[in-house]
Design a protein around this ligand. Sequence first.
Ligand SMILES: [Zn+2]
Length: 1034
Amino acid sequence: MIAPPHPTPHTPTYTHTGGTLGRQPFRALATAAPAVASAAATAAAVPVAIVEKAHGFTLQRQQYVKEYGSHVLLYKHDKTGAELISVLNSDLNKTFGVVLRTPVDDSTGIPHILEHSVLCGSRKYPIKEPFVELMKSSLNTFLNAFTYPDRTCYPVASTNTQDFYNLVDVYLDAVFHPRCVSDRRVFEQEGWHFELDSKEEPLTFKGVVFNEMKGVYSSPDSRFYRIVQQALFPDNTYRHDSGGDPEVIPDLTFEQFQQFHAKYYHPSNARFWFYGDDDPVKRLALLDAYLSEFERREVDSSVETQKLMHTPRRVTEHYAAGDGEEGEQKAYVGVSWVLSDTPLDVETELALGFLDYLMLGTPAAPLRKALNDSRLGAAVIGGGVDDDLKQPCFTLGLKGVDPADADKVEALITSKLEELAVSGFSASAIEAAVNTIEFSLRENNTGSFPRGLSLMLRAVGAWIYDRDPFTQMQWEDALSSFKSKLASGQDVFGPLIRSFLLDNRHRVTVQLLPDPALAAATEAKERARLEAVRGTMQDEQLEAVVENTSALKELQETPDPPEALACIPALQLSDIPPTITKVPTSSKALADGATLLAHDLFTNAVLYLEAAFDLRPVPSRLLPLVPLFCRSLTQMGTSSESFVELTERIGRKTGGISIYPFTSAVRGKEQPVAYIMVRGKAMSGKFGDMLDLMRDILLTARLDDRQRFTQMVAETKASMESGIISGGHSYAGKRLAAQRGLAGVLSETMGGLSYLEFIRGLAKKIETDDGWQEIKSDLEAIRSALLQRNGAIVNMTADSATLAAAEGPVSDFLSALPASSAALSSQSLTSSLLLPRTNEALCVPTQVNYVAKGANLFLDAGYELNGSAYVVEKYLGNTWLWDRVRVVGGAYGGFCSFDSHSGMFTYMSYRDPNLLDTLEAYDGSADYLRSLQLTKDELTKAIIGTMGDIDAYQLPDAKGYSALVRHMLGVTDEERQIRRDEILSTSNKDFKAFAEAIECVRGAAGRVVAVTSPEKAKAVLEERPDFWDVKKVL
Ligand SMILES: [Zn+2]
């Protein structure tokens, strides 16, 4: 890991294309979901030469889209009828995508298994996994694939033109000529197969997608959203699960799989996308080379429309819960509508987006607030409008509900909607919504997700249903017409609420109830099925399965020969700039030891600002309370305004303010850094308003709203309890880091299992008046310890004129804060806070495991950091661990992470069917590294792949933020250059040196923490008594 771990700031973002239903498309890789924000900065039209006919394509339409400063061209391929949108602009971060319509008529997960499988070798790239080779060796800024309920997307991105073309070529060959349709083994590996190591052992199912989906089906949140979708769409393809139901996946045959590819993976059923500053004619040539082999064909892949029904319905189902001793498991209750069975016009879509934001967009929004205030449940689910599918839906509800209160949730939602339809929204709420949405559209800040892909997903949302993709990109006219309607005082929202929700009878109420017996029952059902199959097998059939198992493993374990790997195009080391990219930074010392950092970058008239306050003066017993303290600052109002008024002021004046703790180890020091980060953005004309807001929040925020605080505790508890089931690896990793370093202790205390335990205690404590008094005074104690300008760091990113103008107001802001009478108390964290060094099983109801093992290379192996560590870490993750844990083991993910600040090295697996086998794979890592003798080409590829991470594309705010983090951690540009030189000169010797370092993880220093089921934790103890402490979490 290059960047220090830090929490993602939660800035309110208007996500038009982001599915609020909570559905995420299935991905080839286990990665976090991209935060897809909307549109862009405007720029003047630059005249470009537009080619009307070339390489078998004919231009159909073209338009300059000012919202994105882009020429958008729609072409048709003459021979096959394939459509292409070619976007011309100056964005270096070039993107490509191919999207196929892939509706399903069962839940065997064909499109999902195919999405994984086509990336496993193709005609021109006949190796096991070209996708993995690209991960190792390309400079990509994005490389993954998504399966939606009705389509499959293959997107890539890169800022380097040659690299970009390489990625495009590998993806096109993969989609149209994959090995998986002729080689059954790929289907078995990615989909499912019977596994049997010897005739005496029990038969099992294995497969990457099979286990990925077991993980998904273990999560009650995913289960809820799946049931909602199936209940809303009983008559079309959405009633099935395109990702695959683990109980149905083994019904899929290889022949069905082949037929699906033959039918849908055809140019006549494909839509292509290019975006960025590359040559627009070359795009046509690249595509034609693939498409011209095919003949045009009618492909029936249209998605049927679900007719709206006239009678509301109810569905009750169950989810696998723990036995309820620890967190009391309760019901999920939600109400959902399909909003329309005819396409909506752009202005109606925009109006619904505004309505959604006004009702639910912030914790102060009336519908969200009503649900929170009702105390009927722990956390809001659903989250409103979802427009990812052919027909928009709306879902809202609560989780953590007493089943007896289920009807109350529905009644509350309906009555609040009735009330809003009559009363409408206040002028200040509307003004805040308009500013927030407009800011987000114009800023077009998609974070690390490429802007071109965000735009593609937006356009595809219409294009894939044969609607006009251009209108999705042109929001400016609709926005201004909508704003003038609002200004005229017309009742815009009342009729929307009535027609789309209250009067709409296509409504489903879903109740999901906890069932502590379900997890074991599901396991038993699978075992019975396997035993039944085994019972029907003759001896020779069993032998065939054993043989197949070992043949598949052997194939998986045999590396591609170097000559074959050479087919993957790669860059040269000379394509990599030898020197680091510096972020322009000026640093100025202010009074009382405060520092002002400024980064002069073009930001399109937005000022990005972080104010960081040292956490060291806060006593360690209060640290677990810090995350809730941060939230309280903006969620209880100030001395002069209510919570709602404060939220609206933030919305009117800024693009969002977020407050969160930041912690990291510092290399060579025992004490970590810890700050409270106050982060905001505003148009350059409004930065004074933003600083006023920050000052008011810090100085006068109320910290005494017991009801709001109770809700926040309940929400935190609910979200952590679902997080440990769906992402247990991060909890396991934090647990290990907290045994070996104080930075690890901080992050465990404020975000790991210890934090969850603290939150559970807090939920009880707050119920008594005395308890609440104590909490309140603790919150105030944190504020007074923290709130001092001494040692504060203010970091600004904007153009030079804005920076110069902001300097005065920043000084005023700091002088309004108290100065500490003493110098910053440098109270230290003591090593008594470290967790005891043990192996632990953290038990939850789940069908899969998350297995972590780690040690500290600085402390346990005396390792001294060398830049080559980044190269070896990445290589190990993409070869040995990928092959053993994912390909052979059948886990969705297997990787390692090295924190170069703390020295912590951790292996982790994700949605893993194995436990002890995975540990064995980890333990083989050092020997594997020692056995390597990489050729010059292989080394070059590994180095280039690492440089792609080091030089990751960043928007200006991210550049400024990274510079701030480096300042806090004392990482200088000189040191960055040394690491870069070390990376670029990585040799076989470095691989061996790193092998020696990680030997300590296999040895006495290594510890294991796994999130697993109680049955599996126990099974391990039977095999290896005293292996670990078993801790019941859920
Ligand atoms: Zn997947």
